[in-house]
Write a protein that binds this ligand. Structure first.
Ligand SMILES: [Mn+2]
Length: 498
């Protein structure tokens, strides 16, 4: 079921009509983006069964693309590899995301911790016991070719995504770092802007674990070893994007998804272990104090994020397999590849979210909300102001705190159907009485917030109002046909000749 490396996964995709090879010569500057953008917004290739939770975009995502002839590089470039429900499921080796969610919950269940954080923090222990921890091995395909003095980022088919981007960006890599105090490993998916043959800017948000590790190195005035890992087991790519709490190992989570521990090899020039089955590894050091201008970059919000000062990364080696494939992705106006990564997380984390906020029956992060701008939540309402309680719980739950708009609906509403949700907003919402406006932290990519990473958020209570919620007159009943008549018409349907 699990796939051992990127190329064997591409072979599987090709076998089920989910990969297209492009032999025409293409420019890594903008041309690949325009092609991938069109494909990712087109109907999905191959046989797809859309998930009931997302019937519209469940049928989208085109195919994975393998550009075999990229100008200026001898390496092929893969894009949109995880860019559909079907490919995401194949990468994670599961029939449905819900099936995987059950596995995560079963892993966590025997323990009694009460918070989501405590539950997820149990993952490492439990996963290690089950033999999912990473194992260091002697050699790996990722080091079949080792380049140090002659290492050159320009050998890679690194793309420029959008016209106003500051340059070429590595976008689909795991950034491997370690905490200098505890030795804890972290893998995060951050972008790196190429500044020269051996130099990049390192972008991360201040709450990212990679940034935290860098601050710890800054405090010691030491350069931070960092490995940029491209390819490897496809579960690694997903794990790097997962909203795991700090110090919960992405490698362990990847091992759990993979069904066995990820094999690692020691780097050639820095103290770091990297996946043995990776395509390409860029080793180097992040300067403790020196900063460079990074950005602008066309981001997953659908807007350019602004240029700012970020640490400088100096390449010490590039290692790769004999014939590597360079994976990349683009982000921008949705849906893009990241939408499907996000949807996998939405489903896989639902049982864990429910353990923290038991009122929640289901939730949906609608595509237009670009992850943080909107959440639809369905509850079984049992007492007055319960929707408010749920809103505040969400604003207190990990990265869900960034949710700018939370809409709470009753249990009969389909949270995966925008029309159904917005119908009930229109019908059940008194703007003054049923809106909750609060202040707090926001995604730093939110360009509308008055402050950097902070501003206001709103909750809309679109549930049926009950006593204790400011209703001073009778609440209207929804229209519905009686069951008796429905059954009668059903039985007689053929008589009508319709
Ligand atoms: Mn982490």
């Amino acid at each position: 079921m699990p796939h051992s490396d990127l190329q064997s996964f591409l072979t599987v995709l090709e076998g089920c009509g989910q990969l297209k090879r492009i032999s025409a010569k293409v420019d890594p500057i903008l041309e690949i983006t325009e092609i991938a953008d069109r494909v990712s917004k087109s109907p999905a290739a191959g046989d797809v069964s859309p998930p009931p939770t997302d019937p519209v975009h469940g049928k989208m995502g085109g195919s994975a693309l393998l550009f075999e002839n990229v100008e200026g590089s001898s390496m092929p470039c893969a894009i949109n590899v995880l860019g559909s429900y079907e490919r995401m499921r194949l990468a994670l080796g599961c029939g449905t995301f819900e099936e995987l969610a059950d596995r995560v919950q079963q892993l966590v269940k025997p323990e009694i911790p009460t918070t989501l954080l405590a539950k997820v923090k149990k993952l490492p222990e439990l996963a290690k016991m089950a033999g999912f921890g990473p194992k260091v091995v002697r050699s790996g395909i990722c080091q079949q070719v080792v380049k140090t003095d002659d290492a050159n980022l320009m050998d890679l088919p690194i793309i420029q995504c959008w016209p106003d981007d500051a340059g070429r960006y590595i976008t689909f890599a795991g950034m491997y770092t370690r905490c200098p105090n505890t030795g804890t490993r972290n893998v995060g998916m951050y972008r790196a802007q190429v500044l020269g043959p051996k130099e990049t800017a390192m972008h991360w948000h201040l709450h990212h674990d990679g940034a935290r590790h860098h601050r710890a190195h800054v405090a010691k005035d030491q350069p931070m070893p960092l490995a940029i890992v491209l390819g490897g087991e496809p579960v690694l790519t997903y794990a790097a994007t997962c909203p795991l709490p700090p110090d919960v190992s992405e490698l362990l989570f990847a091992g759990f998804l993979n069904g066995k521990g990820i094999e690692l090899v020691p780097c050639k020039t820095i103290e770091m272990d990297v996946p043995a089955n990776a395509e390409i590894v860029i080793e180097g050091l992040v300067h403790p104090t020196e900063k460079v201008m990074e950005g602008p970059f066309g981001d997953h919000t659908g807007f350019y994020s602004l240029a700012d000062m970020y640490p400088r990364f100096q390449v010490t080696a590039i290692t790769h397999r004999t014939d590597p494939v360079y994976p990349t992705t683009i982000v921008g106006f949705p849906p893009q590849e990241d939408y499907y990564l996000g949807k996998a997380t939405e489903r896989i984390f639902l049982p864990l979210l429910k353990t923290l906020i038991p009122d929640i029956i289901d939730y949906d992060l609608p595509m237009f909300g670009a992850f943080h701008n909107c959440v639809f939540v369905k509850i079984r309402k049992e007492y007055a102001m319960q929707a408010r309680k749920v809103m505040h719980s969400i604003w207190g739950a990990g990265q869900m705190m960034f949710s700018k708009l939370i809409v709470v609906v009753d249990e009969h509403v389909d949270v995966h159907d925008e029309q159904d949700v917005l119908f009930h907003v229109g019908a059940n919402w008194d703007p003054q009485r049923d809106s909750e406006i609060v202040q707090g932290p926001l995604d730093i990519l939110d360009h509308a917030s008055p402050y950097y990473g902070a501003g206001s958020k709103m909750g809309i209570d679109a549930t049926r109002k009950i006593e204790g919620e400011g209703v001073v007159r009778e609440w209207a009943e929804p229209i519905a046909m009686s069951e008796k008549i429905k059954q009668l018409v059903q039985k007689r349907w053929s008589d009508y000749g319709l």
